[in-house]
Design a protein around this ligand. Structure first.
Ligand SMILES: NC(=O)c1ccc[n+]([C@@H]2O[C@H](COP(=O)([O-])OP(=O)(O)OC[C@H]3O[C@@H](n4cnc5c(N)ncnc54)[C@H](OP(=O)(O)O)[C@@H]3O)[C@@H](O)[C@H]2O)c1
Length: 314
């Protein structure tokens, strides 16, 4: 591929939103590396998607230690893209990673201990060929480890300079309240909460998490905003070859029930009445929820990303 020079117009279309009460602005549409960036995926396509994103103002990339497959390989792919294309733009990028799910065998490669989080971030930095990440998350709530241990590890990671900000993902309400207070009292306020809000799943709204984030000045980023592709035209007429559902691990055919299909068709009719694709309609709905900073989309092609970015220019 030819040498990369970022598009000079890259900041002209994207809109940015302040992340809670912080100094950070995030693009309204951010890019996730859960799927499509593993060692199993074609590197030149990964590189194209990342280039396309950055060229259109997507400054925020979201990773985790175990994204791939295999685990770790999405971070390796990003490291390669950084070296090939993006290192000159490091200060224009806001890169996140996480630890919380199973990553390596034995008792120290999972959940929320200080041992796991600290070692995992060191591994992530080396795979991504970075000195620091902008954002490090506890990827999930650990009911066994004292919350103070997990949270103090996050505080110490920031003090060590290996992450600039911290966040939590998928924590339940009361533990989230505790985390926000604990971190604020140690002058390492929680930057952002990562949870799933989309037209088919509104749990963080119903459970009060989004309201809590607003009250506490913490940003909120929604993962799987398209319900892994359900809230697009992808499955309106069956399960296409090569789609995430056709691979069947995280999005299984039995999840496309008659009820879900009927809801998708209703939303699609509403989107058509507004003259836009369902994907854009679905993303715009999330971005209108008070307290939502950004939507974290996945994309298996630049064409998908291009469609999804329309929601950010409203
Ligand atoms: N914190 C957590 O626990 C957690 C959990 C899940 C995800 N995440 C984060 O959130 C990110 C996004 O999650 P996600 O990939 O599930 O998001 P998503 O945006 O809901 O789904 C992305 C998938 O939908 C399909 N798609 C996207 N745009 C499309 C379009 N315009 N038209 C047709 N199909 C389209 C593609 O699937 P095809 O392969 O079928 O083309 C794409 O890979 C992840 O990468 C990760 O960073 C975090």
């Amino acid at each position: 591929m030819e040498e990369y020079k970022a598009d000079e117009k890259r900041y002209e279309q994207m809109q940015y939103a302040r992340c809670g009460r912080s100094g950070i602005l995030l693009p309204k549409v951010s890019l996730g590396f859960w799927h499509n960036f593993g060692a199993v995926d074609d590197y030149s396509r990964c590189r194209q998607i990342a280039r396309y994103a950055f060229d259109h103002g997507v400054t925020h990339f979201d990773l985790a230690n175990n994204y791939g497959p295999p685990y770790g390989s999405a971070e390796q792919t990003l490291g390669r893209i950084i070296d090939d294309d993006l290192r000159p733009y490091r200060d224009e990028l806001f890169i996140a990673t996480k630890a919380g799910y199973d990553m390596w065998p034995g008792p120290y490669g999972n959940w929320g201990s200080r041992k796991y989080l600290t070692a995992s971030l060191d591994q992530s930095l080396s795979r991504m060929r970075l000195d620091y990440v902008d954002l490090f998350y506890s990827h999930r709530y650990d009911p066994e480890t004292p919350l103070e241990e997990t949270l103090q590890a996050l505080v110490d990671i920031v003090r060590s300079g290996k992450a600039l900000y911290v966040g939590i993902s998928r924590w339940p309400l009361e533990a989230t309240r505790f985390a926000f207070r604990y971190l604020r009292e140690r002058d390492v306020p929680c930057l952002i909460y990562q949870g799933r809000i989309n037209l088919l799943d509104r749990a963080p709204i119903e459970e009060g998490i989004l309201d809590l984030c607003r009250q506490e000045g913490v940003g909120f980023i929604s993962f799987s905003p398209l319900a892994q592709g359900l809230l697009t035209d992808r499955y309106l007429h069956g399960i296409p070859d090569g789609s995430r559902m056709s691979k069947g691990k995280f999005l299984r055919p039995e999840m496309l029930t008659d009820d879900v299909l009927a809801r998708i068709r209703t939303y699609n009719a509403q989107a058509e009445a507004e003259g836009r694709p369902l994907s854009e309609y679905a993303l715009s709905w999330i971005l209108r929820q008070p307290g939502v900073t950004s939507v974290l989309v996945g994309a298996s092609s630049t064409e998908q990303l291009q469609k999804n970015l329309h929601a950010a220019s409203e």
